[in-house]
Design a protein around this ligand. Structure first.
Ligand SMILES: Nc1ncnc2c1ncn2[C@@H]1O[C@H](COP(=O)(O)OP(=O)(O)OP(=O)(O)O)[C@@H](O)[C@H]1O
Length: 259
């Protein structure tokens, strides 16, 4: 208790070697509960590998990741099965939208709620009034409440991303991992994504891998900069933008990344 109370995730001494290639070296990061925590850095810095480590898609060569649920004992994620980590409340949204395009927005949400119930329950389970209310409330948070009866395939790119975020959030996770949620979006959509994540972080923690620095500036509580598999620095966005080494390896002159 005490010191750890605010920490929801602890990455401890994590190193990863792929066939002799050192992708991560002794990475230590603590993520605060109800924060938006970014991993940024040049291509190949190890950001995606780190997300893979958190959700146990990849095993670290050394080190481990622990999750501290709001109610309950510390859970060691390293070594767990991926689906068990989802059940623990740590979910991930990949970069490419993977909604069911021939189902409506609402049906996609229903499926997402059933995902945690196991095959038989999913087949026979009918969505309760309570679950419908939860779906409506969640769709409202991402601005899709008026689109619930349309096919997900007819949503715009940004709307598909928001639907997928809603599909994760409706499962009431404690941590959502997002892989470049603003990729392929224009400025207004990116801004809206940021605003909805700020709303969502009131109820969970959000870990994001992202290249769009305007987006990072808009919503980051903490930024970890990775470079060649190591933590280069960590701090709030102002500290990161002002850091000369970060500017040299990742950001262009004037503290902006040349996209
Ligand atoms: N399964 C693997 N086998 C071998 N090398 C890998 C594997 N996965 C990743 N790598 C290497 O590890 C390094 C880190 O990759 P990673 O995808 O984590 O970087 P990243 O920071 O997410 O990059 P980007 O911004 O381009 O997505 C890269 O050099 C990559 O080629």
């Amino acid at each position: 208790m005490g010191k750890e109370q605010d920490t929801v995730l602890k990455i401890k001494n994590v190193s990863v070697v792929f066939d002799g290639f050192q992708a991560l070296t002794d990475v230590n990061v603590k993520v605060k509960r109800n924060s938006i925590h970014f991993f940024i850095g040049p291509n190949g810095a190890g950001k995606t590998t780190l997300l893979d480590i958190i959700c146990a898609k990849t095993k670290p060569t050394e080190g481990n990741v622990s999750f501290y649920p709001a109610d309950g004992e510390k859970v060691r994620l390293t070594g767990m099965k991926e689906y068990k980590i989802v059940k623990e409340g740590v979910v991930r949204k990949f970069q490419v939208p993977s909604v069911f395009v021939n189902l409506t927005v609402e049906e996609n949400m229903e499926l997402s709620l059933k995902e945690n119930k196991g095959v038989w329950q999913s087949v026979f389970h009918r969505t309760s009034e309570e679950e419908k209310a939860l779906i409506d409330e969640t769709l409202k948070k991402v601005g899709l409440e008026k689109r619930k009866d349309i096919l997900a395939g007819s949503l715009a790119h940004g709307e598909k991303q928001w639907l997928e975020i809603a599909m994760q959030f409706v499962q009431k996770p404690e941590i959502i991992l997002l892989d470049e949620p603003a990729a392929g979006m224009g400025k207004p959509e990116t801004f809206k994504t940021g605003e909805l994540l700020k709303e969502i972080k009131k109820e969970c923690t959000i870990i994001v891998v992202e290249h769009d620095m305007d987006f990072v500036k808009q919503i980051a509580d903490c930024v970890t900069v990775l470079h060649e598999g190591k933590v280069l620095m960590e701090g709030d966005i102002h500290q990161v933008l002002a850091d000369e080494t970060v500017q040299a390896v990742y950001l262009g002159r004037g503290g902006e990344r040349n996209a």
